[in-house]
Design a protein around this ligand. Structure first.
Ligand SMILES: Cc1cc2nc3c(=O)[nH]c(=O)nc-3n(C[C@H](O)[C@H](O)[C@H](O)COP(=O)(O)OP(=O)(O)OC[C@H]3O[C@@H](n4cnc5c(N)ncnc54)[C@H](O)[C@@H]3O)c2cc1C
Length: 393
């Protein structure tokens, strides 16, 4: 069938319009890619080198950004720390604030665990491993994972992560006799799961190596004040991971305060054991350090008797572990080391928001206020903070 001249003209007009549209879309895509590339080439300043700053910088280099970490020194470095208990202990509250008493904390914990699990395959290098964890209580039926989860999707995800942890846990489980020993000293509930153990010094080295390998820079020794911060954010993208100084130096929105906590290391251990145990009734966690010493992290309140109370809070666990709760025998001649520091809280909970671009086109992002869940939430908030930053550039 022959087409008329008018029909051919109409076809040409349609082809021409489509062609123009396509060229226009391609130009827009090229411009957007160029803007994104320029943004990625611009240096992002991460302020702070604690769990939050180093994880945020590692997240950025893994997404191919150009990163510089600036900090006075390393942040809080608990010799060992545990991830996987915050949302699993009934009622699932982190020693932090009420906002963490929810599925929100579980989601953060699962996201971080998923990022930590691959690192367990090279514990020597990363300091990350999975070990069995016992939750013990004088109350009956006080188990891990007692908090009901309404969302089927979240429950499935939590179950999958739990199985993944079980698969690589070393050892996989505690001996049956261990459970009996804890029951024999008066614990009515002895519940087992798997938890992530992090040796902080090794892990920080691993994070710094990751940042260096991605072309990033980590520099220590600079104490910045509010004016320095203002200057930095005027000329750079900045992510504020300054812990307790996030507000005073970094002008972060909210009320920040510190809850003093203590870790006690007893330089002696009467018997070796390879699992973590937490007394749910007084929040006392006990495990053995890689050098064989005994690690206690408790909920004992700040004050002149904190160390004494920390040790006393662990007496029933000692009885189950060593068959004695006589403190002089347990401490022995090598003595102990007390490690006191603060959990940095923020009324209103985690802060990982981003401002709009400033007059020079730079974005300031927050990542702070994690309280007693700064390790647990580290990868999750790093991801959220970087996503928020990306949504603004
Ligand atoms: C006893 C105890 C036990 C804990 N156990 C757990 C646990 O089992 N699981 C868990 O998830 N969390 C735990 N936490 C909480 C966790 O340790 C913290 O949430 C986390 O360490 C906070 O890290 P951060 O990087 O946000 O802050 P910080 O570690 O405080 O880092 C702040 C960084 O900012 C830098 N900085 C600050 N001001 C300036 C300045 N003016 N100029 C330059 N640099 C500056 C510092 O040098 C540092 O590098 C525990 C905390 C305590 C106290």
């Amino acid at each position: 069938m022959k087409t008329t001249i008018n029909e051919r003209r109409t076809h040409h007009r349609i082809y021409y319009t489509v062609y123009i549209y396509l060229v226009f879309i391609i130009i827009i895509v090229i411009i957007m890619a160029a803007i994104r590339k320029m943004a990625m080439d611009e240096k992002i300043i991460v302020l702070g080198a604690g769990y939050t700053g180093l994880t945020t910088a590692a997240e950025l280099v893994q997404r191919k950004f150009n990163v510089q970490v600036i900090a006075k020194s390393f942040g809080h470095m608990p010799p060992l720390t545990i991830v996987g208990t915050q949302s699993r202990r009934w009622p699932g509250t982190a020693i932090s604030n009420s906002l963490h008493d929810s599925d929100k904390l579980l989601k953060m914990e699962l996201a971080s665990i998923q990022r930590l699990l691959p690192l367990c395959h090279n514990t020597e290098l990363t300091g990350v491993s999975v070990i069995p964890g016992l939750k013990v209580s004088k109350k009956a039926n006080n188990t891990w994972n007692g908090r009901p989860i309404e969302s089927i999707e979240l429950l499935q995800k939590a179950t999958k992560v739990q199985w993944d942890m079980h698969a690589i846990s070393n050892p996989k489980n505690v001996d049956k006799n261990v459970i009996e020993k804890f029951k024999s000293v008066g614990y009515k509930s002895v519940s087992e799961t798997q938890v992530i153990k992090i040796e902080t010094e090794k892990y920080f080295k691993y994070l710094i190596n990751t940042i260096h390998a991605g072309g990033g820079i980590v520099s220590f020794g600079d104490e910045i004040n509010a004016n320095d911060f203002h200057e930095l954010q005027r000329k750079n993208h900045v992510i504020n991971c300054l812990g307790i100084n996030s507000h005073t130096v970094g002008n972060a929105n909210g009320k920040y305060y510190s809850s003093r906590g203590e870790v006690v290391i007893i330089n002696n251990c009467l018997e070796n054991f390879d699992y973590y145990v937490i007394d749910d009734d007084n929040s006392s966690g006990v495990m053995q350090m890689p050098d064989g010493s005994l690690y206690l992290s408790t909920g004992a309140e700040d004050g002149p008797d904190q160390t004494k109370n920390s040790i006393n809070d662990c007496k029933l666990i000692f009885k189950a572990l060593f068959g004695t709760d006589d403190i002089p025998t347990i401490v022995g001649k090598k003595g102990l080391t007390s490690w006191k520091t603060g959990r940095i809280m923020r009324e209103g909970g985690f802060n990982y928001s981003s401002d709009d671009k400033n007059a020079n086109g730079f974005v300031t992002t927050q990542n702070n206020g994690h309280g007693g869940a700064g390790v647990t939430a580290s990868w999750a908030t790093a991801e959220l903070a970087v996503n928020n930053f990306l949504s603004k550039i």
